[in-house]
Write a protein that binds this ligand. Structure first.
Ligand SMILES: C[S@@+](CC[C@H](N)C(=O)[O-])C[C@H]1O[C@@H](n2cnc3c(N)ncnc32)[C@H](O)[C@@H]1O
Length: 211
């Protein structure tokens, strides 16, 4: 698969001054989304960063799927807005996805649209105990999502952080959510972080789960 469809000269300017760590709980931005104008399956990417992963999926699926890119860091969300301006099957939301997930996704599901995949790729690990609640996959998120998400929706969690991976498995066990580990990226689509970590010689941990 060709990973980067947009040449560097065509890319929006990458924001230079972005804080590395943002407290997601501090972002009170609220969004909702009534859905796309067609009923194609939706793929969600939480923490899209500079959009390389969605670009790879758009290259792979074309207009047969719709995509929702979520990015908490506003300068990157703005960058993504520009990057996907011409793609009618891609929408971008800033803010904390944990806060907005149901309002962004459920209206489409209620209309009978399949939310096919939700990707959580290389999320910020938040290792300190007092910061763990900031993780995208946390007990509150799982318990709230379990109330409404369709069992057809596959969540994909990928990371280079083994401790985060094991902690997340423990959490899924506690919530009685079954997961399956797997080896290779789906459709060969690698994220920016994944490519960087593999180049540094790190292992990648991957699992999928459904509610
Ligand atoms: C380590 S980077 C990984 C980026 C990309 N997924 C990849 O694999 O290349 C984590 C990304 O998630 C974003 N992020 C962190 N917490 C978030 C949240 N609560 N909602 C949406 N995005 C979030 C960060 O701003 C950052 O862009």
């Amino acid at each position: 698969m060709k990973q980067t469809m947009t040449s560097d000269s065509q890319r929006p300017k990458v924001p230079k001054r972005v804080r590395n760590h943002v407290n997601p709980l501090g972002d009170l931005q609220e969004h909702s989304f009534e859905g796309f104008t067609n009923s194609n399956p939706i793929i969600v990417d939480i923490g899209s960063y500079r959009g390389e992963f969605i670009e790879a999926l758009v290259a792979h699926f074309g207009i047969d799927k719709n995509f929702i890119a979520c990015e908490i860091r506003k300068p990157y969300a703005k960058y993504l807005d520009e990057l996907f301006l011409k793609d009618e099957n891609v929408v971008v939301f800033d803010g904390d996805t944990g806060r907005n997930f149901e309002a962004i996704i459920k209206p489409s599901q209620d209309k009978g649209v399949l939310i096919q995949y939700v990707f959580i790729n290389f999320p910020d690990p938040w290792f300190k105990d007092r910061h763990k609640k900031r993780r995208v996959i946390n007990p509150k998120f799982l318990q709230a999502t379990a109330q409404w998400i369709d069992s057809e929706t596959t969540f994909v969690f990928q990371t280079d952080q083994e401790q985060l991976f094991r902690d997340t498995q423990e959490l899924l066990d506690q919530e009685n959510i079954k997961y399956k580990e797997f080896d290779k990226p789906l459709w060969g689509a690698q994220t920016y972080w994944e490519i960087m970590k593999i180049e540094e010689g790190d292992s990648i941990y991957r699992m999928s789960f459904t509610f």
